[in-house]
Design a protein around this ligand. Structure first.
Ligand SMILES: NC(=O)c1ccc[n+]([C@@H]2O[C@H](COP(=O)([O-])OP(=O)(O)OC[C@H]3O[C@@H](n4cnc5c(N)ncnc54)[C@H](O)[C@@H]3O)[C@@H](O)[C@H]2O)c1
Ligand SMILES: O=C(O)C(=O)C[C@@H](O)[C@H](O)[C@H](O)COP(=O)(O)O
Ligand SMILES: [Zn+2]
Length: 367
């Protein structure tokens, strides 16, 4: 394999992240990621016709049975029902405990297939093969797996770290423009919470990233994976600092659920909701005198430069969004917990956040 970089995510069960061109055709690397005789490739109906044959060809060898499970694409399909269908496919395959699920897709496929792997026979290997920028920089790393419920995002899930992650950067060539931008929202998140210098780098390289310049995109993926790997290694089960990765997500998840997970085709996707959510979280931070207005405005300007939305979509009711937030996974007996912004590159977890301040932020957020 040429031109690939490898990072390790440490912890109780360390694994490697490989990032580089052509990895999905690397039969040797793929073979090293497998243990038993059964492989289930879980993918979606946009990715399958573009990339699944190449992967299955590279996997083919005597004694290995490879089956495919193709999900309908979209956040609104990240459901318990679709999760159950993946388990049925594992049963039809006769998957034993040493079987491997290969999650070939964006974060929806990765989260759902990872959750199925976590549950089949109480846990089999999943190898994450991310095909979106968002999945490469975020969802394929760290072991959070889940499905959405009508009541809220990712409410049923498990921590199930992958056995390996293979991010084949050439696969991003077929990614729609809107999805590329969505991935950049999570990239901006790392700069916002961990590294002011990375925010500057993103501003300087916005054009190259949007033009899919290989060097710029690969650097963004590697730097993002390093930030995530470091925090996940220290706090794999989100007992503490890992929650910083949720910057913008309390608002984002409420928006996504309230929009019915974009089932009608007109809602924000996850990355877009995170962009709006980060601006709202920064604004809430200024109202609570933690962050400066100029910094919030610069964050908003960077997101807009990357073609991301920064205002609440019309028609969403602040009271309904606030009610959604009470079921956020960070909330506890003291009330709402938010990741608030203190300065570029710095954030903190704040408990018992005033609902009144959140409501005022939401009311101002539509403009
Ligand atoms: N587990 C985690 O830590 C974590 C982190 C961030 C996000 N997430 C989850 O990830 C999900 C969002 O992931 P996403 O943004 O990748 O969305 P997605 O999986 O819905 O993919 C976006 C769209 O791009 C298509 N697509 C994917 N790869 C393609 C390719 N190479 N070429 C052409 N089309 C392609 C998909 O079919 C889909 O239509 C959300 O459910 C979010 O909650 C999880
Ligand atoms: O890995 C994490 O931890 C994150 O919070 C990453 C987020 O970008 C991601 O959207 C995650 O799925 C949110 O997790 P949740 O626990 O709030 O459902
Ligand atoms: Zn996210």
């Amino acid at each position: 394999m040429s031109g690939a970089s490898t990072l390790q995510v440490g912890g109780p069960r360390p694994y490697l992240l490989h990032v580089g061109p052509g990895l999905l055709s690397d039969a040797g690397l793929l073979a090293r990621c497998l243990r038993g005789r059964h492989v289930l490739v879980v993918t979606d109906d946009n990715v399958a016709p573009l990339h699944a044959d190449r992967l299955v060809d590279a996997l083919t060898r005597p004694g290995l049975t490879v089956a495919r499970h193709v999900l309908p694409a979209g956040e609104h399909e990240k459901t318990l029902a679709r999760f159950g269908e993946v388990l049925e496919s594992l049963a039809r395959l006769g998957a034993t405990r040493d079987a491997t699920v290969l999650a070939l897709g964006g974060g929806v496929v990765g989260d759902l297939a990872g959750f199925a792997a976590a549950c089949w026979m109480r846990g089999i290997d999943v190898v994450q093969l991310p095909t979106t920028l968002l999945a490469m920089v975020d969802s394929s790393v760290g072991g959070k797996t889940a499905v959405d419920l009508p009541a809220g995002k990712n409410l049923a899930g498990a921590f199930h770290p992958p056995a390996a992650v293979l991010a084949d950067t050439t696969i991003l060539r077929t990614l729609p423009e809107r999805e590329l931008r969505a991935g950049l929202a999570e990239v901006v998140k790392y700069g916002a919470i961990f590294d002011a210098g990375f925010l500057e780098w993103l501003g300087a390289n916005a054009g190259g990233l949007l033009a899919r310049d290989d060097a710029a995109v690969t650097e963004a993926v590697l730097r993002s994976c390093r930030y995530k790997a470091e925090v996940v290694e220290r706090d794999p089960y989100e007992r503490g600092e890992r929650a910083l990765l949720n910057f913008g997500h309390t608002f984002a998840h409420a928006i996504e659920a309230e929009q019915g997970y974009a089932a009608a085709g007109d809602g924000l996707n996850h990355g877009e909701a995170v962009a709006v959510g980060m601006v709202l979280a920064a604004d809430l931070s200024t109202r609570l005198r933690l962050a400066r207005n100029e910094d919030r405005d610069r964050l908003r300007a960077l997101l807009e430069r990357l073609g991301l939305p920064t205002a609440l979509p019309a028609g969403l009711k602040p009271g309904a969004l606030l009610a959604r937030m009470r079921l956020d996974k960070k909330a506890d007996a003291s009330g709402l917990r938010f990741i608030l912004w203190t300065a570029p590159g710095e954030a903190r977890i704040v408990t018992a956040v005033s609902e009144d301040a959140v409501l005022r932020t939401l009311e101002a957020g539509a403009s």
